[in-house]
Design a binder for this molecule. Sequence first.
Ligand SMILES: [Zn+2]
Length: 398
Amino acid sequence: MTKALLISFMIILTVGCVPLRSYVSTGNPATEPEVEKVSRPQEEKVTNLIRVAVVVCHPSIELMVPDQFDLIGISSSNSQIIYKDGKKFFQFDVTIHDLENSAAFIKPQGEGEISVDGNHYKGAIELVQDHKGCLTVINELSLEEYVMGVLAGEIPGNWPMEALKAQAIAARTFAIYKQDQAKKKKETYDIENTALAQMYIGSRLVNQNIRQAVMDTEGEILTYRDEPIMAVFHSNCGGETTGAVDVWGQNQPYLRPVFCSFGNQGPHYKWNETLKVSDIVRRLRAANISIYDIVQISSIEKNEGHRVTKLVLMDADGSKKRIKGAVFRMAVGPDVIRSTCFEAHLKGDSIEFTGLGWGHGVGLCQEGAYGMAKEGYSAFDILRHYYYGVILDKIKTE
Ligand SMILES: [Zn+2]
């Protein structure tokens, strides 16, 4: 065991903190992607590792480790032996009190996988006690295995190959972008496995198609001015993507609005939701937006893509609260208010929402990528449609 434990305080990562660059709005988004043959970069072997926080601040976890493993930081007497499918495993129930020196590191010998709370992970697992006194679990594995787990978490493995490859390149690029940020800040881990970053569910659901898409694009990333891009993506744009400024307050030149009719048949193209006013008020108050009632709701500002950038809520006493559309969406719940492209109507004690798209609407539209691949576009055609002016590049090894 040569692995040194890295123990430091943890800061939760979120998407959207990027250096400011000037944004040039075309005001005239491209209607259809250009189609052009693109040659792939020269093959070159890369062996990058990534550190993914798969559990953040839990009081305890359950680990299941294959028969042969290296372990430091936890007494193996804490474990019990169990047999599953004829194989021997060691099961640990771990709390922070079980960690020697507030950290532990476990790595299977050979190809075995470690299970954490029922999810299976390739590579090694590191446990650290964070500054809140709770347990954070970091999965350290090869970048390519990680990208496979992201594809499995983000889109169905039976999608067309070019859509899977586009998602693989976007996910790998985003991971490298986050890793660069984390290294600069000396974070304990590179990225989280949440919808705020990108969904990573370990090796479960990784099928042959996903494996193929990742291997065919191994080490490939998108760059703009020689830097990995913030390759954000979302489920469905609702007909047009949006710039980053309405979501995260600052823009990137490669994240411009583009029209996208390719996802109009997608399952997440349209949505509607009816919520009790009292329920919305409760959710807003939980997000520190002080309001007691909503007697009127109106959008006062929409962008060119018809997304609500600002709305006004009138309280019972006639006072008005102005809220950014993206803030309202996150406060009420991004799975309830699926996008900021919506209309809202107050009816009795409820508000009816009807909207288009699912997700923040910035960057690659996953269901649009599916539609483009179905129409015969290549992975890079798809990526170039959603990320303006990018280049297909290879990860630079240090
Ligand atoms: Zn779309």
